[in-house]
Design a protein around this ligand. Structure first.
Ligand code: LMR
Length: 328
């Protein structure tokens, strides 16, 4: 049955990191939406699969489906609850339907850099968040980093007023929608795989994303330029279904989760490098990157930060304070 799935996926053009599974091995599918080899998530997922397929040979077999070839983020969590896929790592913004807790990561200018994000995720408050969807059937396992988000559009964005009237692609998050609308733009939630085409054809004018996503999806080709705002974070939560995890033999589960943890520590430590390589690759490919003066940046902070008030009660002021403590 597995070989059929692999053959079907291959004929549909999906890239698969495993050579196919043997009889008797537990088949583990990892579905994600980014590219496989120059992206923090793609690299980490491949390393996870490589190690599982070597160290758990005969017991388990992992297949990675990148580039939304199996599911996009709107579908993957439902598919997981149905038992059709075992691992995914959607961005934190995609969990809103399951818990409001992750909204803290979408508040603009909440974290000064990925090191502050890392410290918060590893704090007691952050670690507890991994269990916030258990009642809904999902177990958070590890946070994976991508990086800080930048803004791009089909015209230069130097001051917050430059956003007025733009149709702007966003992830489906109430917080992101609120700050984009606060800037006078119209927020358009859309699946990641559709963004390039939408920018190219003018269905939307702009978008916000990390260097590795802007590079990996070639958004710079169809935008006037990218403004280095670092206004928010885009990180991931590796999740599996509670039912599936409980169905595993304890020793197998332990070995799998230990490998996942080691991969997490290794790849999160390397994320700044991957991020900077993507930024440089955009420049090398002729993309335009605009840096802000301190005064310009302050104008974006002043324009966007007021949305905190709208979400603070739901998120909890004590959690916001805990997150802020890692910025100093
Ligand atoms: C997006 O939808 O822009 C991102 O969450 C995609 C990703 O997984 O990095």
């Amino acid at each position: 049955a597995t070989m059929t799935a692999v053959a079907l996926a291959l004929s549909a053009g999906a890239a698969i990191a495993s050579p196919g599974c043997d009889e008797g091995e537990i088949v583990i599918k990892f579905s994600h939406v980014t590219n496989a080899d120059k992206h923090p998530k793609g690299i980490a997922a491949n390393l996870f699969a490589e190690r599982v397929n070597t160290e758990m040979d005969g017991k388990a077999c992992m297949e990675v489906y990148p580039n939304s070839t199996l599911y996009n983020d709107d579908q993957v969590l439902e598919a997981m609850l149905q038992g059709d896929v075992q691992f995914a790592a959607p961005s934190l913004s995609k969990f809103e339907a399951f818990t409001k807790q992750f909204q803290i990561f979408d508040l603009p200018f909440m974290f000064k850099d990925i090191n502050a994000v890392d410290a918060f995720q590893n704090s007691e408050v952050g670690q507890k968040m991994k269990n916030s969807m258990v009642r809904r059937g999902l177990q958070g396992l590890e946070f994976w980093h991508n990086g800080m988000k930048q803004m791009s559009a089909n015209r230069p964005l130097l001051m917050p007023e430059d956003m007025k009237g733009l149709k702007f692609r966003v992830q489906p998050s109430d917080v992101i929608i609120a700050y984009i609308e606060q800037l006078g733009a119209s927020a358009q939630p859309m699946a990641f795989s559709e963004v390039y085409g939408a920018l190219q054809t003018g269905v939307v004018d702009g978008q916000e994303n990390t260097w590795s996503n802007i590079y990996g999806q070639k958004f710079y080709e169809v935008q006037d330029g990218i403004t280095e705002t670092n206004h928010g974070v885009l990180d991931y939560l590796v999740v599996a279904s509670v039912d599936w995890l409980e169905s595993l033999d304890p020793e197998i589960r332990e070995q799998l989760l230990t490998i996942l943890h080691e991969v997490t520590v290794e790849r999160n430590a390397a994320v700044n490098e991957v991020d900077q390589q993507a930024r440089q690759a955009i420049l090398d490919a002729g993309g335009v990157i605009r840096e802000l003066t301190p005064e310009q940046r302050q104008a974006w902070v002043d324009a966007m930060k007021p949305v905190w008030a709208k979400f603070a009660d739901g998120i909890g002021q004590e959690n916001i304070d805990a997150a802020q403590s890692f910025n100093s």
